[in-house]
Design a protein around this ligand. Sequence first.
Ligand code: FPP
Length: 232
Amino acid sequence: MSAQFKHVALIMDGNGRWAKKQNQERTFGHSSGSENVREIAIAANELGIEVLTLYAFSTENWKRPMDEVKFLMKLPEIFFAKFLQELMEKNIRIQTIGELDAFPNDTQKVLLRAIEATKHNTGMILCFAMNYGGKREILLAAKQFAEDLNHGKISMLADEEIFESYLMTKDYPPVDVCIRTSGEQRLSNFLLWQLAYAELVFVPEAWPEFTPERFKEVLTQTADRERRFGGI
Ligand code: FPP
């Protein structure tokens, strides 16, 4: 199975509801969810997955109460203080997609430091989608595409492959599988272009309770699905 999937995407949903069920604050759910990022990233790396893209903060998440947004901004600092060393040892490379410049300076710095520290690692890419939205990504790509067209850098004959080179995921293989936890069945503006032919998997568990064993099980089950890419 492991060699079959190069790029796996994850919508880490259900932190808040999971916490509330245990009479805890929503932020407790996000902290536990962060810890689970470590578990799943290590499992994915062991499976030989090339890129694991995580939906960590969407362009819509700014609408949450200010305290929760502030807490989410702190998560990268806590996460990398705890786990950067281990991710280094596992040869994992950190990258991001999304517009980081909207974040507080400290959050940006922590992320950029992790990207810099791991840039020579050759194992799995652990990509955090932060202040990321699929529509926004396509809009930014379209603007740049139009500008390059205007300046004659590309031609009207430019195809999908060329357009993809304007996306934030330009260096990554296509997404093979997208898993969303906590039972909701929608994409919530995640990787809209990239999911065109991905297998979509919706699991009932909340993100903090989604174990590496279940992750492996889901991937194995998904690998059994026949992918025809529009052919027969
Ligand atoms: C959705 O659950 C989850 C988020 C908006 C945040 C996800 C972030 C993490 C799991 C941690 C990321 C880690 C780093 C290091 C950046 P929800 O709050 O929408 O859950 P609900 O649907 O139950 O309310």
